[in-house]
Design a protein around this ligand. Structure first.
Ligand code: NCD
Length: 301
């Protein structure tokens, strides 16, 4: 039975802690350069939506494991443009490769590829639904700063939350740990969908106020996703949230500011020098996490 990674719901506290320990072992491999753990194995990356970090970190991960990659990066050059259904593409690519990472516009696509390819499949983002590997690297990043589940932690998600698949997956994963208070900060039209909101424990805010800034341990900012919301909503809210140096200086000194990237204009570049800015470290954590996921998927660890 292939070990897929399709949704954050697959993970419980135990499997998360196990994955993080495997990721720490992968960091040692990265420090050495590479390994031959996945020698002779092929990762296929099917990326039908724009990507820099996710695809390249999957490919880096496979190369560091000693494996090889084949890649389809533009749906316009794919047989899907000729009308091929995804289940056929999945069967074919599954025959060429040992593991597949897929990103697509449509929720549920990763599951279709998992159903038809016959090889382990990792979801690199399916439309506005989920992005479990980003969620995993996000929680891994948080775990490097705070002891999850041990002490009270306030995590505030800020920006566009309705289609933000990274927030959907990250918040689901964090619910495996006790003592976390969730704030969701967005205008009503861009607020978190009900399935990710627990009205008995969580709080919604409609603007970024000092209370959120001063009490959060983690602020997870997101881009307003122009490609997924209406032009009217985008125009109205494209500059709604902005983190500049005075704003971030209101955060606790040990608090962290995260962002899945790419940022557009929601975090000023001057913020990068502040100790709270952790988004570049966060992106780097994608490599060990994806190495661990590939190695697990292939049954190598
Ligand atoms: C995110 C995505 O694609 O959902 N980026 C990423 O994978 N790091 C967030 C975004 O595009 O805004």
């Amino acid at each position: 039975m292939p070990q897929h990674c399709i949704t954050a719901s697959q993970f419980d506290r135990k499997s998360l802690l196990e994955l993080f320990s495997q990721a720490r072992a992968m960091e040692k491999i990265i420090a050495q350069g590479a390994s031959d753990l996945a020698k002779g194995k092929i990762l296929a990356t099917l990326f039908y939506e724009p990507s820099t970090r996710t695809r390249l970190s999957f490919e880096t991960a496979m190369l560091r494991l000693g494996g090889s990659i084949i890649s389809e990066t533009d749906v316009n050059f794919s047989s899907q443009t000729k009308g091929e259904v995804l289940s056929d593409t999945a069967r074919i690519v599954g025959g060429y490769s040992d593991i597949i990472a897929i990103r697509s516009k449509t929720p549920g696509d990763a599951q279709i590829v998992a159903d038809y390819s016959g090889v382990p499949v990792i979801n690199g983002g399916d439309g506005s639904a989920e992005h479990p590997t980003q969620g995993l690297l996000d929680v891994y990043t948080i775990s490097k700063h705070f002891e999850l589940g041990q002490k009270p932690l306030t995590v505030s998600f800020v920006g566009e939350l309705v289609c933000a698949r990274t927030v959907h997956s990250c918040s689901k994963l964090l619910r495996n740990f006790d003592h976390i208070k969730f704030n969701f900060v967005a205008p009503e039209a861009l607020q978190i969908p009900d399935e990710y909101f627990d009205p008995s424990k969580d709080q919604k805010y409609f603007d970024l106020n000092d209370e959120v800034l001063e009490t959060s341990d983690v602020i997870y900012d997101t881009r307003i996703q122009q490609e997924r919301i209406s032009p009217e909503l985008y125009e109205k809210y494209k500059t709604a949230f902005h983190f500049d140096v005075p704003t971030v200086s209101k955060m606790k000194p040990e608090a962290i500011l995260m962002h899945p990237l790419p940022r557009v204009n929601e975090i000023a570049q001057e913020v990068d020098a502040l100790p709270q800015a952790q988004y570049f470290e966060q992106a780097q954590n994608g490599v060990p996490i994806r190495m661990a996921l590939i190695a697990r998927g292939l049954g190598l660890i």
